[in-house]
Design a protein around this ligand. Structure first.
Ligand code: SOE
Length: 380
């Protein structure tokens, strides 16, 4: 089948600009897709750096103002890979200009922003997706299939953590390039929107909606020098965030995210316990799914560690040979492949902006609950 070109304009060239650009380039090399992403333009304020980025990744042109980028007739899709405070303005304007949208997570700095973004893409009827990339880890896609097949029976517990340790030093400044995640006016929140949002998106996908939460947040370092002003300023992000809650299916939730767990760099873990089966997974060993099935013969019952590298595992047929694993960057490649496949069929690819808003409703409830020191219902 002839491939159609899909012209991409990306805003932002940081960590996520790199993961997305790599995915646009690699997806059509490994998957048979109806569209071929064409890297038309990268947009960033620093034109020297944008030029270097364009040369490295093969973007055909650069722009320094996202407004000019979205006006361009030769761009079909805008990829928002810039800091969180830019997501809503760019996405809403791009949707109005009729562009398809991919947006880095979290969708908005809060649910109000995310709702305005959802309204814009739905009014414009443009395809849209949020980069909650971990849904495309093959082991987790397999877990989703096992859950959908009903192998776990009734679900009792879902627990999930995201542990990092990179902000422990008092000397780390807040704000500016690379450190905007520590400035809540840019990021919206601390670990709640940055890390816990991943745990929540995964949980909503695997185990359905969360009904209510009771949360606690903590800011361990109260003042940091701001990179932009050079002055010591109060820290207004949450350094740690945890909650208990109830899913609508009756199971209980136990979640924690922190950047103060010394020794842990990106330890995203989850465990689900059902009537018949349990499963657990962690990002440091992302190609393994631990699975326990109580219906196995009693003498042989036990935890299995399944190495997710066989061709009958999700996505793996497209990669190497059984036994050879893939990694973090592949989750983004899979996401592009799924988006383009769905686009070819005129279907949506999840997580859409609607799914992104659902996450923001939970993170808003977490922050409200911690502030008000009470249980909060999550908006449906
Ligand atoms: C923060 O350190 C971060 O880079 C997040 O922003 C990403 O979403 C997460 O996948 C890894 O950690």
């Amino acid at each position: 089948m002839a491939k159609k070109d899909l012209n991409i304009g990306i805003v932002g060239y940081g960590f996520m600009g790199r993961t997305h650009s790599n995915a646009f380039l690699q997806a059509p090399r490994f998957f048979d897709l109806p569209y071929r992403p064409v890297l038309k333009a990268v947009c960033a304020r620093n034109t020297e750096r944008a030029k270097g980025f364009a040369e490295n990744w093969g973007y055909q042109s650069i722009e320094s103002d996202w407004r000019t980028l979205i006006e361009r007739k030769d761009i079909d899709l805008i990829d928002v890979a810039s800091p969180n405070d830019t997501h809503a303005e760019i996405a809403i304007a791009a949707a109005k200009a009729g562009k398809m949208l991919l947006c880095e997570k979290p969708l908005g700095r809060n649910a109000a922003e995310a709702k305005a973004m959802l309204d814009a893409v739905e009014a414009a009827k443009v395809p849209n997706m949020v980069w909650y990339n971990y849904r495309r880890v093959p082991a987790l896609a397999l877990l989703k299939n096992l859950l959908d097949e009903g192998r776990f029976g009734r679900i009792f517990h879902y627990r999930s953590q995201f542990l990092q340790d990179w902000t422990i030093s008092q000397d780390l400044p807040q704000g500016g390039e690379g450190l905007w995640r520590l400035d809540s006016s840019v990021s919206g929140s601390g670990v709640t929107g940055d890390l816990l949002a991943h745990n929540i998106d995964m949980a909503l996908w695997l185990n359905g909606p969360i009904a209510e939460v009771s949360a606690m947040i903590e800011t361990f370092i109260k003042e940091r020098k701001h990179s932009l002003t050079g002055k010591m300023e109060p820290v207004t992000i949450d350094d740690a965030s945890s909650f208990i809650g109830h899913f609508r299916n009756g199971s209980t939730a136990l979640f924690e995210a922190t950047r103060y767990a010394r020794g842990h760099k990106a330890l995203f873990t989850l465990e689900i316990n059902g009537e018949y089966a349990s499963a657990r997974w962690d990002l440091h060993d992302l190609h393994r799914l631990e699975f326990f099935d109580h219906r196995d013969e009693g003498r042989l019952r036990g935890w299995k560690s399944i190495h997710i590298t066989d061709s009958d595992h999700p996505y793996m047929k497209q990669w190497w040979v059984p036994g050879l694993q893939i990694g973090y960057e592949h989750t983004f490649i899979h996401q592009v492949a799924d988006f383009l496949t769905a686009l070819g069929k005129g279907e949506e690819a999840a997580p859409t902006f609607r799914d992104g808003l659902a996450v923001d409703y939970v993170t808003d409830a977490v922050l409200d609950s911690a502030k008000n020191r009470q249980w909060e219902d999550v908006r449906a």
